[in-house]
Write a protein that binds this ligand. Sequence first.
Ligand SMILES: [Zn+2]
Length: 238
Amino acid sequence: MTKDLFRSDSYLTSCNAKVVDITEDGAIVLDQTVFYPTGGGQPGDAGILTLVDESKIEIATTLKGKEGSDILHIPAEGQNYSLTVGDEVTCEINWDLRYKYMRFHTALHLLSVAVPYPVTGGQVSEKEARLDFKLPDPDFTKESLTETLMALIKQDHAVSTRWISDEELDAQPDLVKTMSVQPPRGSGKVRLVAIGDVDLQPCGGSHVKNTSEIGSVFVSKIENKGKQNRRIRIKFAD
Ligand SMILES: [Zn+2]
């Protein structure tokens, strides 16, 4: 089981770790990590593992293992290195990329506030982010929605997390906005992410500490994905 340091502090960019497993496919499992594994519409982190002899392994992406508790660091192809279980490494994520994911991901929470309809899917990438809504007839335009979203961002809301039990979540089904992604269960507790007093929902992703860090974004497209569904895309303005 990998200790997920990014879950309690999304601003950690590096940590020391020990190799606990190397899978048949070459994925590297560490005892702890700052690498976020693909999930909840957020890409897995890329970065570098540095060995004791200073040689480096480039990590292309990070995935959740089958058991769910292991985190798999997937090396980029075509590298030569020697690594064995028990080796000490330093792991460091590509922070430029991750910070963009954090800004976009937090912006998507606010988009779900600006568009108060059920969310059916979502994805963050380096260049843009999107949410899909069950929304038959938008009463906004790209321009007016950009204004609503930017007003929320500029309110400088603090982003915080807290944990509740599965039972407490079951008692408040309204908290779950995303129909397609059920909050991770099984451990008996679920992490809630609060953005000021404007948004509260279960989420395992990584977020910025304050909405002001999101910066300027704009709604780049409102796509018709069928009678009931709209896909809303956002981009960074800078
Ligand atoms: Zn989130």
